[in-house]
Design a protein around this ligand. Structure first.
Ligand code: COA
Ligand code: AMP
Length: 628
């Protein structure tokens, strides 16, 4: 079948389409139907089925003869080690950890926060939760204690599973002081913290802490607990307009069905093939494509602890692809920009045989044409951009390489996948003509596996996604669709920026800057960056009477964001300005500031209060190398 037929088959009978896809999953009790719409516009899938995520990702492969197949390869150029875990070993390890959690009183529906670097134990912790129906919430290691505290208070975990440290090039990031700091800050206190001691740094243990191995000693392994199809598998926090992160809920049944479907149809791998997503378990790409999807589908997944450059060089990716015979490779464009900057002629790739690789998949941020063309040239494989979000958990718009590789139009992530009726709407919610720019929305219901709600925040879910365009899911992205149905993503419609494929809230950074005692008012914008796509820049107006050196104040602002949000915010640029440009009604003109910073033409906003302020903004930006 070709793409068009598959898409039309879904369109004409979504119920049959998803019930058929659900047959690839092992259910303890088969669902009687796919869609549950009694509570529309809140939709759920496979609610009356019973299923276990860990059984589908691990046990069933052992039962079906894949026990000796490698499930996880841990390749860590940062420590110089490579290790492999078979499906049978994974089953033993996960059942043991799950048993220990159960013995400690963690059961179905309890939350467990996982704060771990790129080690296989991070996946084991996720799967152990899934095994007993506990809901995990993985927090990315690059976040500061305060961000972790916010997540602890929202998720209210019974247990936290952490490692003693993460490893950044040239720097050991001690997790335990961050974890202890977060628990001190949080109102909610977990009952136990399980700590994986890594040899690079031994964490100091308190009474609340227990060593990963000691925790599991003498405890009976746990069996898989069947859960309802709509039982939350995990909560993953992502950035929104404000500093309070949104807890995206992932329902178990739909997530298993949809992720499994994507492995062949989008990534074109068969069970047994090696699949590699170079991301981090703290992001949705890590949840879906380092942990769950490859394992559900019986693939071998790679947990890579390193960077595209500097660990040890710009050939690391090629070495991993060659050494482990990777079939499909997925990463963010920023990683390729980093490699291209170090090795523009692609000298490193010549040292490795990457002939087993079939395609490169890029997502997480805009894939710029230069990067795509460069990657195509040096790798000699098709490069597929695809577009999705934490909220959806998998591709909304992509190139279904396993069904039919459609012609690539550089600059477009290609076409809507089955399940997603993607449309461009104007401010009133009317559908726009081809090639007209508007808000990108998806007609409800969203397909299985996408978010049914936000954790503890149904109102916020409705406000953030459903209210603007009744009957649609608002993606927060703007763009257009051409006459062939190809989508183009142009910008965000909210205050979210994308730094090195990481989604960050400028509103959250503004909240931190506003907390500086000398700052009266502030704005943070995302400016274009050659490597990371975007970088945050802060503008601060000082409180009357403050006459300390501006350099001291901006340095403190930078430090404050690093301490409060974390190094991942990459907030390094701040300037002091007299005033911020605003509309007459007081709205800060952030969009215009971005255009000035990027030296782009812009139309003077008709509602601007005082156009002269824009010259002051331009001058301030020039002092930090922007607005040339
Ligand atoms: N734990 C602790 N700190 C972390 C971290 C982690 N897991 N991940 C990143 N950081 C720190 C970095 O050390 C850096 O600190 P610094 O300011 O002291 O240098 C800071 O956070 C910013 O990190 P990053 O934006 O990743 O920049 P970088 O300069 O270290 O690396 C790239 C740049 C492009 C090489 C890197 O971003 C990359 O490999 N990106 C791949 C894309 C990706 O994984 N995207 C995820 C979504 S698909
Ligand atoms: P996240 O939830 O962190 O995965 O971020 C999702 C956001 O990243 C999207 O809403 C887009 O703004 C952006 N994004 C993801 N993939 C792409 C892509 N292929 N092209 C352009 N932007 C993308």
């Amino acid at each position: 079948m070709v793409y068009k037929e598959v898409y039309e088959r879904w369109q004409s009978d979504p119920e049959a389409f998803w019930m058929e896809a659900a047959e690839a999953i092992d259910w303890d009790q088969k669902p009687s139907k796919a869609l549950f719409d009694d509570n529309a516009p809140l939709y759920e899938w496979f609610c009356d089925g019973k299923v276990n995520g860990c059984y589908n990702a691990v046990d069933r492969h052992v039962e079906n003869g894949r026990g000796d197949q490698v499930a996880i390869i841990h390749d860590s150029p940062i420590t110089g080690s490579i290790s492999k875990i078979t499906y049978a070993e994974l089953q033993t390890r996960v059942a043991s950890l799950a048993g220990a959690l159960a013995a400690k009183g963690v059961s179905k529906g309890d939350r467990v926060i996982i704060y771990m670097p790129m080690v296989p134990e991070a996946l084991e912790a996720m799967l152990a939760c899934a095994r007993i129906g506990a809901i995990h919430s993985v927090v990315f290691g690059g976040f500061a204690a305060n961000e972790l505290a916010v997540r602890i208070d929202d998720a209210q975990p019974k247990a936290i599973i952490a490692a003693s440290c993460g490893l950044e090039p040239g720097r050991v990031v001690e997790y335990k002081p961050l974890l202890d700091g977060a628990i001190d800050l949080a109102t909610h206190k977990p009952e136990v913290c399980v700590v994986l001691q890594r040899e690079q740094c031994a964490a100091e243990m308190t009474e609340r802490d227990v060593d990963w191995h000691a925790f599991q000693e003498g405890v009976a392994p746990a069996n898989c607990v069947p859960v309802e199809g709509n039982h939350p598998a995990y909560i993953l926090y992502t950035s929104g307009t404000t500093g309070a992160p949104k807890g995206v809920v992932r329902p178990t049944g739909g997530h298993l069905v949809a992720l499994n479907w994507t492995m062949k149809n989008i990534y074109n791998v068969d069970p047994g093939d090696v699949f590699w997503a170079a991301s981090d378990v703290g992001w949705v790409v890590g949840h879906s494509y380092i942990c769950y999807a490859p394992l559900i589908h019986g693939n071998t997944t790679i947990v890579f602890e390193g960077k595209p450059v500097g660990t040890p060089d710009a050939g690391t990716f090629w070495r991993v692809i060659a050494e482990h015979n990777v079939r499909s490779f997925f990463t963010a464009p920023t990683a390729f920009r980093a490699i291209k900057r170090e090795d523009p002629k692609g000298e490193f790739i010549k040292k490795y045989d990457i002939s087993g690789l079939r395609a490169l998949f890029l997502a997480g941020e805009r894939a710029d044409p230069d990067t795509i063309e460069w990657a195509q040239d040096i790798m000699g494989v098709p490069v597929y951009d695809h577009w999705w979000q934490t909220e959806t958990g998998y591709t909304m718009v992509g190139n279904p390489a396993g069904i039919e590789a459609l012609p690539v139009k550089i600059g477009s992530p290609t076409v809507a996948m089955p399940g997603f009726d993607v449309q461009i709407l104007d401010d009133e919610g009317n559908q726009m003509a081809p090639n007209e720019l508007g808000a990108i929305a998806v007609k409800l219901p969203l397909p299985p596996g996408t978010l049914p709600t936000l954790w503890n925040a149904e109102d916020r879910f409705r406000k953030s996604y459903l209210n603007t365009f009744p009957g649609y899911y608002e993606t927060g992205d703007a763009g257009m669709i051409d006459e062939d149905g190809y989508l183009y993503i142009m910008a965000r419609t909210d205050d979210v920026i994308n730094v090195a494929g990481h989604r960050l809230s400028t509103g959250g950074m503004e909240e931190v800057l506003a907390g500086h005692p000398d700052v009266a008012e502030c704005a943070v914008i995302g400016v274009t960056d050659q490597l990371k796509g975007q970088l945050p820049v802060g503008f601060v107006c000082l409180t009357k009477g403050v006459n300390r050196p501006h350099g001291d104040i901006t340095a403190e602002c930078v430090k404050l964001v690093r301490e409060r949000i974390g190094p991942v915010a990459a907030f390094k640029l701040a300037v002091v300005v007299e005033r911020l440009p605003k509309t007459r009604s007081g709205k800060i003109l952030r969009g215009t500031m971005v255009k000035i910073a990027d030296s782009e033409e812009f139309k003077m906003p008709a509602t601007i209060d005082d156009p002269a302020i824009l010259d002051e903004i331009r001058d301030a930006l020039k002092t930090i190398g922007y607005a040339a």
